[in-house]
Design a protein. Structure first.
Length: 398
């Protein structure tokens, strides 16, 4: 009996040791005897709407957790410099580091592999699923296509009003879009916006111009001005500055209007800015910090749609928001339509990427997608996956 007892004790000890080792590998733990260091790395600063929107989440962490956390933040970090900043923050014993732009994701994942005891959370990333799978590397994003679609409805209702009032003809129902890069995230966004417009004005068309930069005020403004000269009556954007809003405001006498992103732009363009939408980063960021403080797995501690080490959500969990509507210039009934559409999204009653359209992959013209069968966005990833240009109705200008 003594021999069996000893064997049982040894076996139990081995299993316990294996369990503890696996926990250390899977879930990095933190020491609560001193403030937990949390890092934020930004490609812009507070003057850039995208970065400022993300900084809202950083400020909420500071307010919510107080002296339980110590924040390390670095702004205006170029892609070539992010590896050094990531390693610096890891060496300074950050328990959790947020990287806030898609352009960081490859390097962030590589650095995460070097520091298995640090959580790395990449906003708008799409590589958490890819090999190698890094257990301390996470991606997250709000399902912004829904906000884009509602923004398109707001734009479509304004276009319809312009037509009904005889200010423009039906053939002049053209919208413009300033996009940063031909990424899936941008293509998905402007397609959702356009389909929102078309749900109100079925014959509308759209022109898209890329800036090939995220944060150039002058370049975004120039692209918006070009689209206005081409006769576009609504300008929207997936770019990070207020350049397009300023361009619209300076051309308000041409009956051109603006739809923004990341922050309300009514203060900048009161005569032309209709509405903006944004991702609300607060639920994820505060949830991830709380999980780390409790030594709990991040994806099991945050409400959302989980895909491995990736998570997303939309209006249903307040991850996507519509900002103030400029009721002075918006078409009558717009506010009610927004409320109605958000309710429909929450009940899964709207299928955005569906219709009598054929999309073409801009990188492979033999790759086409028939939208009659529908495309379910964010079905397997928080980052947008739709990457097809709708033939004959959306023109991309090189």
């Amino acid at each position: 009996m003594k021999r069996e007892t000893i064997i049982t004790a040894i076996t139990s000890a081995v299993f316990l040791l294996v369990f503890l080792i696996s926990r250390c590998i899977i879930t990095p733990t933190v020491n609560h005897d001193e403030p937990v260091k949390i890092g934020f790395i930004y490609d812009g600063d507070e003057s850039i709407p995208y970065t400022n929107n993300f900084m809202r989440a950083q400020r909420e962490v500071e307010n919510m957790f107080g002296d339980k956390v110590e924040i390390l933040a670095r702004s205006n970090v170029a892609g070539d410099d992010v590896a050094a900043v990531l390693e610096e923050f890891a060496e300074r014993n950050c328990a959790l580091i947020f990287t806030t732009t898609y352009t960081y994701e490859i390097i962030a994942k590589e650095v995460a592999e070097k520091y298995p005891n640090v959580h790395f959370c990449q906003a708008s990333g799409d590589n958490a699923h890819e090999e190698p799978f890094i257990k301390n590397y996470h991606t997250f994003m709000g399902e912004i296509y829904q906000g884009r679609y509602i923004s398109g409805i707001v734009a479509g209702m304004k276009l319809k009003e312009l037509i009904e009032n005889g200010i423009i003809s039906e053939s002049e129902a053209k919208v413009g879009y300033v996009g940063a890069y031909p990424y899936s995230e941008v293509i998905s966004g402007y397609t959702a916006f356009f389909l929102g417009v078309r749900s109100i004005v079925p014959n509308a068309t759209m022109h898209v111009v890329y800036t090939y930069t995220w944060g150039s005020f002058s370049q975004e403004k120039i692209c918006a001005e070009h689209l206005i000269e081409e006769g576009c009556k609504i300008i929207s954007q997936h770019s990070d500055t207020v350049g397009p809003a300023v361009a619209c405001e300076e051309n308000f006498e041409k009956n051109v209007f603006h739809v923004g992103y990341n922050q309300s732009m009514i203060g900048i363009a009161p005569m032309t800015s209709l509405i903006s939408t944004r991702i609300n980063w607060i639920p994820y960021v505060t949830g991830a910090v709380s999980a780390v403080l409790r030594n709990e797995p991040i994806e099991k501690s945050i409400k959302g749609r989980v895909h491995g080490n990736d998570i997303g959500a939309s209006f249903d969990l307040n991850w996507v928001q519509m900002l103030d509507l400029n009721s002075i210039i918006a078409a009558k009934g717009t506010d009610e339509k927004i409320t109605e559409t958000i309710k429909a999204f929450k009940k899964n009653k709207i299928f955005v990427f569906k219709g009598d359209y054929v999309g073409v992959n801009p990188y492979d013209e033999t790759d086409m997608f028939d939208l009659k069968k529908g495309f379910k966005e964010n079905s397997s990833s928080s980052a947008p996956l739709f990457h097809y240009i709708l033939k004959d109705v959306i023109t991309v200008e090189e």
